[in-house]
Design a protein around this ligand. Structure first.
Ligand code: 13P
Length: 256
């Protein structure tokens, strides 16, 4: 069985004291509910403090982004070896805010996926359609492109290590959540694609998170879907109590 993975993406929020307190509280929850994997992705400047709070606990930590290069003249960027050096396990790649606000292309994101493996990090690869794309019935075409390009050139062993986050852009930060059925449909589509790109066993191995206005009161129904293996949670991961409830509800949704 795929171990459910609930991960907070703090985006550009909180401060040092808030980050440490939130990490410590979330680490306690992770220790209490070990049937699911619990992670947080803080702003890069708080990674070290959060990693110190997570040390020796079940909480895993990831970066929110990274550059393709090992280092060099890239003002403002952070390199994979730096994330690894700090102790990160994961790195979010291809988030819709990176794609649509900062103009990252499928090609650039693919290079980052390869760089993540090169430097010993596990990618959380975000995919998902914009509202106008859903309305134009292009959801599958967009998700197919994001997945195909995101997995391009990966060995089966590497592919099995990728976590996919299906995040419909119209559901991010809007309070509009995809219904469990809408999300399940796309998750099943992604799993079928992985079976075509690799094989059925690999498709069953890869964890696919849902992201987009995940809240304490909708987590259980989302996670109850057979192909929803967790959640990537933005705003609602910034409150320790609410995120603890999300983690508990996620476990219940999976019958754990
Ligand atoms: P919200 O949970 O705030 O909608 O954000 C989702 C997201 O983008 C997680 O990566």
């Amino acid at each position: 069985m795929r171990k459910p993975f609930l991960c907070g993406n703090w985006k550009m929020n909180t401060n040092r004291a808030g980050a440490v307190a939130l990490a410590a509280a979330t680490a306690k929850t992770a220790g209490r509910i070990q049937a699911v994997e619990v992670g947080v992705c803080p702003p890069a400047c708080y990674l070290e403090a959060v990693l110190a709070a997570a040390k020796g606990t079940a909480l895993v930590v990831g970066g929110q982004n990274m550059h393709t290069d090992v280092g060099g003249a890239f003002t403002g960027e952070i390199a994979g070896p730096m994330l690894k050096d700090l102790g990160c396990t994961y790195v979010i790649l291809g988030h819709s805010e990176r794609r649509h606000v900062f103009g990252e292309t499928d090609e650039f994101i693919s290079k980052k996926v390869h760089a993540a493996f090169q430097f010993g990090l596990r990618p959380i690869l975000c995919v998902g359609e914009k509202l106008e794309e859903r309305q134009a019935r292009e959801t599958e075409a967009v998700v197919r492109r994001h997945v195909t390009r995101g997995f391009a050139g990966l060995s089966k062993e590497q592919a099995g290590q990728v976590v996919i986050a299906y995040e419909p852009v119209w559901a991010i930060g809007t309070g509009l959540t995809a219904t469990p059925q809408q999300a399940q449909e796309v998750h099943a589509f992604i799993r079928a694609m992985l079976a075509l790109l690799y094989d059925a066993a690999l498709a069953q191995q890869v964890r696919i998170q849902y992201g987009g206005s995940v809240k304490p009161d909708n987590t259980r129904d989302l996670l109850a879907q057979p192909d929803i293996d967790g959640a990537l949670v933005g705003g609602a991961s910034l409150k320790a109590d609410g995120f603890a409830t999300i983690i508990a509800e996620g476990a219940k949704g999976k019958g754990l």
